[in-house]
Design a protein around this ligand. Sequence first.
Ligand code: NAD
Ligand code: UDP
Length: 325
Amino acid sequence: MKVVRRFGPGHRILVTGGAGFVPSHLVEALLARGCTVVAVDNFVTGSKENVAHLADTSTFTLVEADISDGLPGHHPAFAERFDAILHMASPASPTDFEKLPVEILRVGSVATLHLLDRAVADGARFLLASTSEAYGDPLEHPQRETYWGNVNPIGVRSVYDESKRFAEAATMAYHRSRGADVAIVRIFNTYGPRMRPDDGRAIPTFIAQALRGEPITVHGTGDQTRSICYVDDLVRGILLLLDSTETGPVNCGTEHEMSMRRLAESIVSLCGSPSEVTYVTRAADDPKMRRPDLTRARELLDFEPEITPEEGLHRTIAYFRERLG
Ligand code: NAD
Ligand code: UDP
């Protein structure tokens, strides 16, 4: 394992998209380690509420800005150098792909270049949140990092897939040509508290429907698969990569692969809901199957997901139950 340092007290970390679902958990973990954290967010899909409990933490600053317009250099939090920059900002739900296509393209491209420039200037480690969507509708299963993917470059999902693929290319170009210290994590389907009940992704949608007693809307036949990862496992994997000298890309997620039909049935049962599972139209280019090959994460980072789907879903349902009353 090549964990060579530990970001902690005395380190200043910039987290883009820090008020979002995954990034807010990452912010908490970095603060718990003693890091000073600056989160920047324009709240396009995230919410101040996700980090409201950190408002009195002296080592935490939340800056409102759209990083696709450049870094908010006027803000005092940006006057000092950063030791690490975690580029987590991007709308990530398939419903966002239709609502925010240009915003997604800009945050993966223009914003990534701004952040890489800053990382080089500061001598900071730069970590890019990439995605399993980089593999598109994969023809290799499970997906290894060596697989180049099967992406429709002009389809509705392309704004997200190609934006992340561009961000990966930019990250590697800055590494090779400008000496940037970089890491790329390819994140597989992650879920947990702070997802939005209306964000359109399968897990929050199914849970909200089950808790409201509404029909569960499985797309197509529900035979398509995903491998679901509880957010705490993902955050642990990201921090292992951050602390290492690895460039990646490294897959992060779990091997808990299941069909969307089974996922829907499990959620109905865990919620004790009377909801019926129904079948509706499936979106174009929706990947048929997805499971990470975790060999690289295990070998390079000693990463092992720990939380079972039952436990993770149980915790997530508890969060939604409280939120939805
Ligand atoms: P999220 O939408 O909850 O978080 C993204 C955050 O980025 C939001 O708070 C949003 O307001 C912010 N943001 C977006 N554009 C911005 C901009 N231009 N300037 C400033 N802030 C901006 O989504 P998430 O699921 O937590 O995803 C976080 C990251 O992880 C994303 O980069 C996503 O692509 C990646 N990812 C997530 C998953 C997953 O399953 N959750 C899977 C693969 C990759
Ligand atoms: N899905 C579904 N019903 C919904 C939302 C999603 O059946 O209400 C399906 C979707 O078609 C996809 C899978 O669940 O096959 C995972 O979708 P999600 O948006 O959660 O993640 P992604 O497609 O980005 O992997």
